[in-house]
Design a protein around this ligand. Structure first.
Ligand SMILES: Cc1ncc(COP(=O)(O)O)c(C=O)c1O
Length: 196
């Protein structure tokens, strides 16, 4: 029989792959998830196996909202959460919903290479903004806003990939003000916020 692969990486025991941004299988909570699945399936509710609600399971969104509220210290309403298969699928949906091919978007220079590929696949006109050791350069953003009307601005505010810089609080405030003044969406890819 073929050796059917289920995970992206098939590492030999004892091998640590620093090339892939993925947790070691030894860190994944298999026992906890087994217990959680058994607990849910024990509830005698077969609708759990039916087509799920589009936004994602309501119980899970409630727990996630509590987690996020504690972490970012702001109230998060579970009704405003939408579950995706990772950040990449989320970005693809953002492009589909909030842009049309040919629209201009702003990104940081450098930026996450896979996000750039998703934006290119959607036919977006990508305009890069410089960064420094405090994150996105807000003066450069203001200048570009006088030349373009972006559908959205894509930023990685916390532990930016690949520069590792975190956007300062002052600049976050300025960025929000500018998005309101110029009416563009901020797409914040907080892939690393849970490490704060
Ligand atoms: C900034 C950023 N966004 C998204 C991802 C990937 O997210 P996902 O695997 O959830 O699609 C990464 C992974 O390296 C990343 O660095």
């Amino acid at each position: 029989m073929d050796n059917i692969q289920t995970a992206q990486l098939n590492l030999a025991p004892g091998v640590i792959d620093f090339g892939a941004g993925q947790p070691s299988p030894s860190l994944l909570p298999l026992a906890l998830l087994r217990e959680a699945a058994a607990n849910r399936l024990d509830q005698d509710d077969a609708s759990y196996l039916a087509y799920g609600i589009e936004q994602g399971d309501g119980f899970f969104r409630q727990v996630l909202a509590d987690f996020l509220s504690r972490h970012i210290q702001l109230p998060v309403d579970y009704r405003s959460l939408f579950l995706t298969g990772g950040a990449s699928q989320g970005l693809d949906l953002v492009c589909t919903l909030f842009s049309r091919p040919g629209d201009t978007i702003f990104v940081e220079e450098p930026s996450y290479f896979l996000a750039l590929r998703i934006f290119a696949d959607h036919g977006l006109n990508i305009v890069s903004l410089p960064m420094d050791d405090q994150g996105l350069n807000i003066e450069a953003l203001e200048l570009k806003l006088s030349q373009h009307r972006p559908a959205f601005l894509y930023t990685i505010p916390t532990f930016h990939n690949p520069s590792s810089v975190t956007l300062t609080a002052d600049r976050r405030d300025r960025l929000v003000q500018l998005s309101q003044q110029h009416d563009f969406i901020i797409v914040a890819d907080e892939a690393y916020i849970s490490h704060l």
